[in-house]
Design a protein around this ligand. Structure first.
Ligand code: AHM
Ligand code: MG
Length: 335
């Protein structure tokens, strides 16, 4: 189409950025784009068909599984299996690795970690949800993939991205050469480049945290929240509080408008709630590539050792100056 760059065209154009690449990563990204369109179709008609509500089961984290989570999980797994470029998948919805053993995939170079439908408590109430993905080059040489292929630091990611199913549907991804965003044009069924070279403002006016948990925050987080609410013209405070409860939507908004998102340790979740592998690492890779910052309050998220598949971490992510300021409070009051 004249004047429009679709996701597939863009991925092909950018392929030369990867030394020695033969197109596998590009194909993998396109497989994810296709699955995203199918999931988008179901999310959009969620109110029309009997796929709302829970399945009556819980996932490995002990949370209710919504029907659309199951659908999205199946759809992404099917697309990755069929595509043949991925030898294993780790998903929020599956306790164990999915090892893809068939002839085309078993020696593939990449593994994918995935939160197929994040923010699922928002599905029934027509609020934005998202998909998060993270791609690693395998470290095992060939044959069935191993746990080690997934237990790499976030800094080793080959690519990462998210899809936000919102008032419009967007796919945002990075391969380590900046961040680009694509909006789904439903009339042609294609993701079109709408947000080239996304850059997060160095500072913003929005803080995003579940303040209902305030009494169980550590002193550093409490002090930072108090700081956000103080009046100070020079630093644009008080900041506005915006909390959607969908990581993808909250981080996406801050990426565009500037802001900080925090999911800290709480009494109920002493290591934080969000998972490193398929929530924090990919969102942190994107934030950094857009010029932002992501830490656990003390350490860069992408440098934290990944010891288990479903490991959790506190996260402070967003505009660089805001995250640095929050870290100051953590160091002073919470270390
Ligand atoms: P989920 O993967 O079960 O959907 O949970 C992750 C979501 C994030 O999208 C969001 O930031 C967070 O949970 C909200 O949690 P809370 O309701 O505790 O504030
Ligand atoms: Mg999630």
């Amino acid at each position: 189409m004249i004047g429009v760059v679709t996701l597939d065209e863009f991925i092909i154009q950018r392929q030369e950025e990867f030394q020695y690449a033969k197109g596998e990563l590009s194909r993998l990204l396109r497989d994810i784009g296709l699955a995203a369109k199918i999931v988008n179709r179901e999310v959009n008609k969620a109110g029309l068909v009997d796929i709302l509500g829970t399945t009556g089961t819980t996932n490995v984290q002990g949370e209710d599984v919504k029907k659309l989570d199951v659908f999205a999980n199946k759809r992404f797994i099917a697309a990755l299996k069929l595509g043949g470029e991925c030898c294993g998948i780790a998903s929020e919805e599956n306790e164990d690795l999915i090892i893809i053993q068939d002839e085309i995939s078993k020696d593939a170079k990449y593994v994918v970690a995935l939160d197929p439908l994040d923010g699922s408590s928002n599905i029934d109430v027509n609020v934005s949800v998202g998909t998060i993905f993270s791609i690693y080059r395998r470290v095992s040489s060939s044959g069935p993939c191993t746990l080690e292929d997934f237990l790499q630091k976030g800094s080793e990611q080959a690519a990462a991205g998210y899809i936000v199913y919102g008032s419009s549907t967007m796919l945002v991804y990075t391969t380590g050469f900046g961040v680009n965003g694509f909006t789904l044009d439903p009339s042609i069924g294609e993701f079109c480049l709408s947000h080239p070279d996304m850059c997060i403002p160095k500072a913003g006016k929005i803080y995003s945290i579940n303040q209902g948990n305030f009494i169980s925050f550590t002193e550093g987080v409490k002090e930072y929240v108090r700081y956000c609410k103080q009046e100070d013209k020079a630093t644009n405070r008080p900041y506005s509080l915006r909390y959607i409860g969908s990581l993808v939507a909250d981080v996406h908004r801050n990426l565009i408008s500037g802001g900080i998102f925090i999911y800290p340790a709480t009494k109920d979740a002493p290591r934080g709630k969000l998972r490193m592998l398929y929530e924090c690492n990919p969102m942190s890779f994107i934030a950094e590539q857009a010029g932002g910052r992501a830490t656990d309050g003390f350490r860069r998220i992408l440098d934290i050792e990944q010891k288990e598949l479903h490991q959790r971490t506190p996260i402070f992510i967003g505009s660089e100056e805001m995250v640095l300021k929050a870290e100051e409070f953590m160091k002073k009051y919470s270390s």
